[in-house]
Design a protein around this ligand. Sequence first.
Ligand SMILES: [Zn+2]
Length: 352
Amino acid sequence: MNRTGIVQDAIFMEHVMDPGHPESPERLKVIYEMLEDEEKKSLQLIKVTPRPATQEELETTHSPAHIDRIASTAGKPHFRLDLDTSTSARSFEAASLAAGGLCELIRAVWVGEMKNGFALVRPPGHHAERDRAMGFCLFNNVAIGAHYAINNFSLERVLIVDWDVHHGNGTQNSFYSDPRVLYFSTHRYGFFYPGSGGATEVGNGKGEGFTINVPLASGSGDPEYGNIFERILKPIALEYRPQLILVSAGFDIHYDDPLGGMEVTEKGFARLTQILMEIAEVTAQGKLVLTLEGGYDIEGEKRSVNAVLRELAQASPLDKKDLMKKEKASDQRIARLTLQLSEIQRRYWKSL
Ligand SMILES: [Zn+2]
């Protein structure tokens, strides 16, 4: 049975920033080539055609001034928005289709056309703020997607898990006082971009307790990530009972990534996907939708995306026994962090 959808379109390779920029079209080119090979083999994926996000959908997350600013770059060969973020002639079109494509995939999963999916799009989104493009991001795809699901399907609880090495400041701020979205982020912290995401940032007002930040030291790998997903994320998520799970899937935690400094392997990504699928199966009828964020080692990212897709499609599920042993062995190493997180989050979550 075909159970996994993907958003794939050549337009996403038309967004080009400065020469030599790590967030390059090449990132998707190798993933799309890998998909062609896999198609000839066993992996049967359902292609979802992207559509542009509507003005109304963009305005759930961004100010009209920001949308106008990005739209005004259309047709211009190069326009600088931020120190490390710029556009080319078709960037606005790509960014609109990235956000709209994710909405379309969420719709397809929500109505049961498929079980889960992965939007293989760029530009990424999780740094984009209400009124500002930053960190290679123009529109905040995952935030727009969550709003889309809440507005169109009357959802009350959406979980966003963000495993990109960078903190998703834009996503956090989109829902900081909103309990309809539980934002859970693991990220490198301490003299690292963008600087936000401390453990004590927990949301405010009605949203207090619905932001969970897990600041990690560089060098964290499969055991640490698996441990945190099992010991912190899983109990909280099962208590929250999300109706839909969205993932900001950044592959800059891969061990070969030039920017990340983390040690996650392809098996590690499969393991994290497996844990999310388990949670989704219990609370959300398996409804799990990922969207691509960062990831700058082209080959490592390609193999990791492959591992995630194989897990989603249950083409060759990972045998997790070895990894679970390593996770147990890492208990000591991250004991201080899990204790600190439990102390902060226990006020909001009985299960900790
Ligand atoms: Zn990143």
